[in-house]
Design a protein around this ligand. Structure first.
Ligand SMILES: O=C(CO)[C@H](O)[C@H](O)COP(=O)(O)O
Length: 273
């Protein structure tokens, strides 16, 4: 009985030391990842603020993209509306963007009333050296592509982690492809057979089953594709598959991308001549 008690005692003492080390290591990692996160957040903010200041003027009709970087762009627009009495109207690209416009008391409109926009400001999951993009990590690619295509210019705002030489260098979650729910299996099979890789149905996190987009569709995330591909050709081929609604490949659409950098600066990239 005494042995047993002492065994429990030692083991718990050892356990306590281990817990303490784990706790300290965990704390250091937590602090590190917190500082990386806040650096990324600052980078998003600097890029978004600069893009809004450079590309939006009074009288503009503005497409509002989706995602966490666009939150800062809308914040800046709202501040300029208040301070400079900027007169703008906004067309959102998602439920989230619409809500952002409303919460920030900006004027909401749509493509029926305003089919031609001056500028669209949006984020990206990855930007390559040609300024081709992967978008749709947040599942809003269809409306994002429609609104961008109705805008005189598409301005991308991003942090330094999105800056790549080739698509797929950094962003490993795959190229999002929005599909009609009834067709997701044949489309998945076809993509994998023709191009290789895996096209996985995106599953929801706080819901059983798949992610359902703002448009009632599913998303396939196509991973392990050949990186040195002709993305313009592949995009055209993919949208011709019956049931494919849109792809997250934005080829030759962006006019400029702003990247907030780790050191607080912002660099920009335009397409090669
Ligand atoms: O395409 C998108 C949503 O469909 C976003 O623009 C993209 O996912 C980038 O988001 P974030 O600014 O949060 O990094």
């Amino acid at each position: 009985m005494i042995t047993c008690i002492s065994f429990i005692g030692k083991s718990s003492a050892f356990g306590t030391t281990n817990n303490l080390i784990n706790h300290k290591v965990g704390f250091v990692f937590q602090k590190l990842s917190f500082s990386v996160m806040s650096r990324i957040k600052e980078a998003k903010k600097s890029a978004a603020y600069l893009a809004v200041d450079k590309h939006v003027k009074s009288g503009d009709l503005v497409g509002i993209g989706s995602g966490s970087t666009v939150i800062f762009a809308v914040e800046r627009l709202a501040a300029r509306v208040k301070k400079e009495k900027l007169d703008i109207k906004c067309v959102p690209t998602s439920f989230q963007a619409r809500d952002l416009v409303i919460q920030n008391k900006l004027t909401l409109t749509n493509l029926e009333v305003c089919p031609e926009l001056d500028v669209c400001i949006d984020g990206a999951d990855e930007v390559d050296e040609n300024l081709d993009l992967i978008k749709g990590g947040g599942g809003c690619l269809l409306q994002e592509k429609i609104v961008a295509s109705c805008s005189k210019k598409l301005v991308i705002v991003a942090d330094y982690t999105k800056d790549s030489k080739r698509l797929g260098d950094q962003y490993k979650k795959g190229i999002p492809i929005e599909v009609a729910p009834m067709a997701y299996v044949p489309i998945k099979n076809r993509i994998e057979k023709i191009y290789g890789g895996n096209a996985e149905l995106r599953m929801a996190v706080a819901k059983a089953g798949p992610v359902v987009t703002d448009n009632g569709n599913f998303i396939l995330d196509w991973r392990e594709y050949k990186q040195d591909s002709d993305w313009g050709k592949i995009n055209t081929e993919l949208v011709l598959i019956p049931g494919v609604v849109e792809t997250g490949l934005f080829v030759k659409m962006a006019e400029v991308a702003y990247f907030g950098m780790e050191d607080g600066s912002v660099k920009n990239r335009v397409p090669p001549q």
